[in-house]
Design a protein around this ligand. Structure first.
Ligand code: PLP
Length: 393
């Protein structure tokens, strides 16, 4: 996707895992929703019309993950959905669950442990490939009482798709529950909460072309709900108090529907482009494409070269009109070593050297070729250092 023609330097955006542009369908749905101003809790016609938008969106979200509409709670995003999911004592039969196991490559909102006491949170190791260690999971489960386990469906840095169905089997055998953060997976790969045997699943709207600040937690049928994070009125079946963000929800519903329509064709095209990009990047001696030996999201490349300083590379790419991210960027904008690569066993020469290229439905061949050309132009200087180890610019 290039934009800015005739106005400013033409840009190439390759940071779709950070966020995606608003889809036309979502924009239209939100614009229409502003005029249906009723309160969805009101019984009159104005209220019922607003309620209609909320419930239609709930059906779209449920359909996208193979769930049921009455098992969807709208939230303010993936972060809130994760925090709500990570609640002690949320077991099917209200058994006490006060232990949490999270994989060590989770998003910060899962690593934070939600409402579990920090000394009750255990970290599950991952293999060098970027896949969670299922033997490690078996061991952790055997060590204690039933636990809530949180494993993402696809990693935001490497794109590695995790063995969630196998994990669900182990977790349920041990009497626990499985939460899955599917924020990066939705719209990119097929998801079915039922087929994968997931108990709680988080998604976010802005990664699929919906508005920022919208997400959802989806439950398996008959799953006991975690107590609300935001208490007050009985909205969202008591799951989240407060008058619903009707335009945001309508935009989310439209985005998820658009993302699912033609997903297979769209993502096959994106994968071809991603492979073209990787063919170009691989020409750099000593470079690594992380997790390339396992199943990954079709749009994601995490690329590293030992002496590269990702922080500088991101700035240089930006000056050339190409938006990419460092694997390790955090929300403050500061670059820290990638906790994902650290968990995969890489040392400091790699954990600060990774660049993430993530593509989306509007990415073109020209975007990819520009990224490769830009890398070729910059890589000489970016990889050259003097004897003191400092970069030369
Ligand atoms: N989980 C993953 C894997 C993510 O990549 C993100 C966003 O970067 C989140 C959760 C948080 O979602 P949100 O930005 O909607 O709070």
């Amino acid at each position: 996707m290039s934009y800015g023609r005739n106005h400013m330097q033409e840009r190439t955006y390759l940071d779709w895992n950070a966020t995606a542009p608003l889809r036309r369908e979502a924009r239209a749905a939100m614009a229409a929703a502003w005029d249906l101003f009723g309160n969805p809790s009101s019984v009159h016609a104005e209220g019922r019309r607003a309620r209609g938008l909320v419930e239609d969106a709930r059906v779209s979200v449920a359909d996208a993950v193979g769930g049921r509409p009455h098992n969807v709670i709208f939230t303010s995003g993936g972060t809130e959905a994760n925090t709500l999911a990570l609640t002690p004592s949320s077991g099917k039969h209200k058994q006490d669950i006060d232990n949490l196991i999270v994989s060590s490559i989770e998003h910060a909102s899962v690593l934070a442990g939600g409402r579990f006491a920090l000394d009750r949170v255990a970290r599950l190791p991952v293999h060098r490939s970027g896949l969670v260690d299922l033997d490690g999971l078996r061991t952790l489960l055997a060590q204690g009482p039933p636990a809530l386990v949180s494993i993402m469906l696809a990693n935001n840095e490497t794109g590695a798709i995790q063995p969630v169905a196998e994990a669900a089997h182990l977790v349920h055998e041990a009497g626990g529950l499985l939460h899955v953060d599917a924020v990066q997976a939705i719209g990119k790969i097929h998801i079915s909460i039922k087929e994968l045997n997931i108990d709680l699943l988080s998604i976010s709207a802005h990664k699929i072309g919906g508005p920022k600040g919208m997400g959802a937690l989806v439950f398996a049928e008959n799953q006991i709900r975690p107590s609300a994070l935001i208490r007050g009125g009985g909205q969202e079946q008591g799951g989240r108090a407060g008058t619903e963000n009707v335009p945001g929800i309508a935009g989310f519903g439209a985005a998820v529907m658009a993302a699912e329509t033609g997903r297979t064709t769209n993502m096959a095209r994106v994968q071809t482009l991603r492979n073209r990009l990787e063919d170009g990047l691989r020409q750099t001696p000593g470079s690594v494409i992380f997790s390339q030996e396992i199943a990954r999201l079709p749009n994601t490349t995490l690329f590293g070269v030992p002496t590269l300083k990702a922080e500088t590379a991101v700035i240089r790419f930006d000056l050339e009109g190409v938006a990419v991210s460092s694997g390790s960027a955090c929300s403050s904008g500061k670059v820290q070593p990638s906790h994902v690569l650290e968990a995969m066993g890489y040392g400091p020469e790699m954990t600060r050297s990774a660049l993430r290229f993530s593509l989306g439905w509007e990415t073109t061949e020209a975007d990819v070729d520009r990224a490769i050309k830009t890398w070729r132009k910059l890589s000489g200087a970016l990889l050259r250092r003097d004897e003191t180890g400092l970069e030369l610019f």
